[in-house]
Design a protein around this ligand. Sequence first.
Ligand code: C5P
Length: 223
Amino acid sequence: SRKSDLKGVKILVTAGPTREYLDPVRFISNPSSGKMGYAIAAACAERGAEVELVSGPVSIAPPPGVKLYRVETAQEMFEKVMEIFLSCHMVFKAAAVGDYRPETYCPTKIKKDSDKLILTLVKNPDILKELGKRKGKCILVGFAAETENIEEYATKKMREKNLDFIVANDVTRQGAGFEKNTNEGLLITREGEVIAIPQMDKKEFAHRIIDEIIKRCPALCQG
Ligand code: C5P
């Protein structure tokens, strides 16, 4: 049963958006609500796992029984994740991490003196890719929000980042994507298996993903 099949398993989940600040009052971000990551954290906790949730700024409450770490920027998330993952058996990387940040941070509010403001962005670390290099026996699960060629792009990401599984969503579909309460998509395995998960509530979707992963990683449930 699902009730305690993850007992003794330590799981890191990331969720929500990041904020990349230009100055103290402005940032670049994205519409991630954190709902999918929080649903995964809740589902893992319900199944008896010890859950560490690293979250960007969201407006939803943390699930009961989960240890929450609040971060804002991609760099803060990177540091927290690198510290915590070492003691984890599995990582779900559901956060929508900002790929770029402003090259310079202005410590005082930028004034609107000029008609044109040129922003230079520099690349943030790819947290998941770095985990892929360091992962050891840790099972890595990534997420891929795509708008076309879902299976192909997600498979490419899984290989490039050395993941064990990737969950791919077509964010142009009604039942999936940012801020929605439901999700639907594909769970793709390292071996190239593609499991289609139909539209359902995000919590149930989370349980389905976990069911499929557990089936393929029997050693996980022996603690
Ligand atoms: O390459 P892309 O950002 O689409 O990959 C998505 C996956 O990579 C997600 O699991 C996301 O959390 C993770 N990611 C990350 N660090 C980044 C960018 C994405 O961990 N800087």
